[in-house]
Design a protein around this ligand. Structure first.
Ligand code: 2M8
Length: 440
């Protein structure tokens, strides 16, 4: 752990800013993504946040993950939101009353959502542990290991709707990239009208500029999809026959594969057998390539199980299978070509931040959430993948870009992909956490 002040000059200032941002969002046992926009615990946020805590307050790495997994459902699903009972139910939409998790058999005592998010947790736990191995860390890994295994098992069984060894997401919120153009095709088939939202009160647009957030029509569809899933008690049987949104996402599945490899590492530390994890990682990697790689575009796309087709948009999701250490050379090279093209502009010296969507596309929106702006967790994951494949110079380009963004704009939630201006929440936890990781 590096004490503030040990780092000279500008890096020291950023280090303190990032640590103070995390401290400000610490809610005792977990860290909120943002005090205003997201006042509860979010699943994949906590994974990224845990990585940051390892560098400044290591004990919080393990509380962050432990508190999240305490809310794991009996079937193994890790809910995407764990509601803090001390925060008013109306502070965030949709709040605990909307999800009604307490009515579901197998849900925990604390109120949660019924959806999941990309399973980056084993990856994060292993990354944090390796950055700072300790006896406390080993004890935490021993406690977390069976829960991480159950999380992966849930996704690999209940969510393998397509039967090809990949997990399906049942809602765009499960992707973490809520309104990405990747979901436009499957979302257009979900029945809804913007007027549906008159029955609800959105809270996000109170705290953030509505022009930077998903639209009311998007929200109407989000509500329709949750309502359908909730009506079936959040069960996953027969989803293919009855659920309006079913997609195999490249990031979600790459995270699942990379987490199996992380679990192999964790298994060795806790005295379990790493073999089955390595085998599963190989199988998931093969399925990601077979099902989600498109040789014509030279990148990865989500597969819409309702049409059987790959969705056409070329978003940053296409680059994320780089986090799979076993990705074949052919796909690594294709993805690198896509990343270095004018669409994404990856370079050893970036002239602009990495966007979340193809910047040459007609539906590229530089201000709107996941439809163009640059996001630190995605940049961190792609950098992690570049390092795994030995592309150190390109990885360094992303690291410099991350540092420059925060230096100029602060720990914002997302950044304008041309100017680097800060957007969304100004004190956002995963931005701070992942900055600490690249500075350390
Ligand atoms: C955003 O998603 C939530 C819904 O889960 C929202 O918009 O209200 C996404 O950026 C998601 O990836 C993130 O985990 C969450 C909290 O930071 O916010």
């Amino acid at each position: 752990v590096r004490a503030a002040g040990q780092t000279a000059g500008e890096d020291g200032r950023l280090w303190e800013l990032a640590r103070d941002t995390l401290d400000g969002n610490w809610a005792g046992g977990h860290t909120v993504p943002s005090r205003t926009l997201y006042p509860h615990q979010w699943s994949w946020d906590s994974a990224f946040i845990a990585i940051g805590w390892a560098h400044v307050r290591p004990e919080r790495t393990w509380s962050e993950l432990t508190s999240l997994f305490r809310a794991q459902w009996r079937d193994g699903r890790v809910p995407h939101i764990v509601f803090n009972p001390a925060v008013s139910g109306g502070a965030y939409f949709p709040g605990p009353a909307f999800w009604a998790s307490e009515t579901v058999e197998g849900a925990p005592a604390v109120a949660t959502s019924g959806l999941v998010q990309p399973p980056v947790h084993a990856l994060a736990a292993w990354h944090a542990y390796r950055r700072l191995p300790s006896e406390e860390g080993r004890a935490a890994l021993r406690r977390l290991y069976p829960r991480l295994v159950a999380q992966q098992r849930y996704l690999a069984t209940c969510r393998d709707v397509g039967g090809a060894g990949l997990a399906s997401i049942v809602h765009p919120w499960e992707s973490g990239l809520d309104n990405s153009p990747a979901w436009d095709a499957p979302m257009s088939a979900v029945p809804a009208e913007a007027a549906v939202m008159r029955a609800y009160r959105r809270r996000d647009t109170v705290h953030a500029d509505p022009a930077h957030r998903p639209t009311d029509l998007d929200y109407a569809r989000y509500v329709t999809i949750v309502t359908a899933y909730r009506a079936g008690g959040y069960r996953d049987d027969d989803l293919a026959e009855r659920h309006p949104f079913l997609v195999e996402c490249p990031l979600f599945n790459a995270a699942m594969g990379a987490s199996e490899l992380a679990l192999a590492g964790i298994a060795e530390v806790v005295g379990a057998d790493p073999g089955p994890h390595r085998e599963r990682a190989v199988r998931i990697t093969e399925a990601v390539v077979t099902r989600l790689y498109d040789p014509d575009s030279g990148t990865f796309h989500p597969r819409d199980l309702r049409t059987g087709r790959l969705t056409p948009a070329r978003t940053v999701l296409g680059l994320t299978p780089l986090i799979l250490p076993g990705l074949p050379t052919r796909q690594i090279e294709a993805v690198l070509a896509e990343a270095r093209s004018a669409r994404f502009g990856l370079a050893a010296r970036m002239d602009r931040p990495l966007p979340s969507h193809d910047r040459t596309a007609t539906d590229f929106e530089p201000l709107r959430y996941w439809r163009g702006p640059s996001w630190m967790n995605i940049v961190w994951l792609i950098r992690h993948g570049l390092l795994a494949h030995g592309h150190d110079r390109l990885a360094a380009g992303l690291r410099t870009s991350m540092i420059e963004l925060v230096a100029a704009a602060g720990c914002h939630e997302y950044f304008h992909p041309d100017t680097g201006a800060g957007l969304g929440s100004p004190a956002f936890s995963w931005t701070a956490a992942l900055l600490l990781d690249v500075l350390a």
